[in-house]
Design a protein around this ligand. Sequence first.
Ligand SMILES: *Cc1c(COP(=O)(O)O)cnc(C)c1O
Length: 399
Amino acid sequence: MPLSHGRPYLAIPGPSVIPDRVLQAMHRPAPEIHGGAMVDLLAGLLPDLRAVARTRHKVAMYISNGHGAWEAAIANTLSRGDKVLALATGRFGHGWAETAQAMGVEVEVIDFGKRAPVDPNRVADRLAEDRAHEIRAVTLVHVDTATSVKNDVAAVRAALDASGHPALLLVDCIASLACDRFEMDAWGADVMISACQKGLMVPPGLGFVFFNDRAEAARARADLATAYWDWRMRADPEEFYQYFWGTAPTHHLYGLRAALDMLVHEEGIEAAWARHERLARAVWAAFDAWGQGGSLELNVAEAAHRSHAVTSVRIDAPHGTALREWLAETAGVTLGIGLGMAPPGDPAWHGYFRIAHMGHVNAHMVLGALGAIEAGLAALDLPHGKGALEAAAAVIAGR
Ligand SMILES: *Cc1c(COP(=O)(O)O)cnc(C)c1O
């Protein structure tokens, strides 16, 4: 019997749940774009974006999704034929590497598999071998949204420093920004990219590239950026239209203003990180209990290596797909598909799913999703351990 009529919960890792306040802020006539309120609005957004990224450096904005931000970071720091060391802990690490390759960059991938974080020692060893300093940049995904592996950005920075290697550290925080703690300046990321539709709670359409002085210096020799992707004007515009190299994404900026009010000025970024951690721990507690009596298993064994924004789960195929379908049809909860865990078309593909707990999500939403999963496991007669909801509730209660 369908019990899905009511407010749906899209628990996929992007686009995330959009707050009503963000939607309402966007619901208005278009403003004049060559002066007045838009100019003031934009000037107010920049310090708040820096506060979320924990940086005092520059930011360039694009009307793009995360793939656009991937390209922008590569285009502004590298030249055709340059070498990049790409660190992969899931589909997104490979995706960024493939993007760089398609742009004419020579890419070497170190693949750490689908269940473990980057090993900084392996990175240090590889960089130490590169005595001629041919590697110009290292790409790292903070949270790989496919596997839910979280990487230690500061440790990778330390590996670069220990080997005395000048390569830039480019970090993808598209899934993690405003969910998992991230400190751009303190952790030594030279470039950090993100997008607005995950932890920032705005509909897809804005890409961000933060860059420090070292990255800015690399821009001088990088030859991949065309006029549209060049970050120089966007970060230091002489006229308003140069922020976006054309018409500004007016309504997204209103939405972003509302989202940053909530995140930076009301909740506070530290509190948002703490909320995501607590909610993530509740999810893990439930899956640990279910796993005691069946095939459900968290993809990442060690809590320290798990994202606070999304959790990837394994279950005997084809139960992952069956459970997702039951939840969407019967309970109004949409879980994420497994991404890059098995090839599409392979029966094993149906043995993975993801639950997002990123952005505008609170305790009752997470407990509701977990309760719906419990019901789905029962309805489909899938073996599972007992006590999952009690375990999750205990985490929420702070026990
Ligand atoms: C979502 C995501 C991307 C891609 O973003 P799109 O907006 O889908 O282009 C890249 N990297 C990570 C880590 C992501 O979570």
